[in-house]
Write a protein that binds this ligand. Sequence first.
Ligand SMILES: [Fe+2]
Ligand SMILES: [Fe+2]
Length: 175
Amino acid sequence: MADMPSPHGGSGALDELCDYAAAWRHHELRADVQQVAHLLEPLAGDAPPAPEILEQYQELAAFLELHLSKEENILFPALVSLAEAARAGQPRPPLPFPSVLNPVRLLESEHARLHELLDRLRVTTAGLALPVDAGENWRRAYDALAALDAALAEHVRFENEVLFPRALEVEQQLG
Ligand SMILES: [Fe+2]
Ligand SMILES: [Fe+2]
């Protein structure tokens, strides 16, 4: 993605950070999820732990999709309205929760759960170590899983360390 914006630190406006998180990061994550599913599903009939890997993967993918939807439908619209109020010099707008701390805490706990689901997959796949006789299809599936793992780590890092702290800061400034 050639023109991906690159907000540095917490200095970007809150609505631009949301745009970055949703439009770019979420788009990439969903593409990675589809790629892994596309590669893993035809392998589900292989010897164990293939069925277990697919099952654990599907649980992770379903949980992740719900998580992204919550961010896009609940948190990000609230952060955009906070950003607009801050820019216009207006007071804190009414939000569907007492503080952005409420959804932020929930989403942080979901990030921790995503880590757990990834850890479980790491155990089941022996750290994504391919058996010596693994075919090309398994190699590609594990490569795609590794890419998703990295994209998820970046998702969590960006939101926990940049977006959420910035959101709390802007809300506090609005009083
Ligand atoms: Fe996100
Ligand atoms: Fe998230």
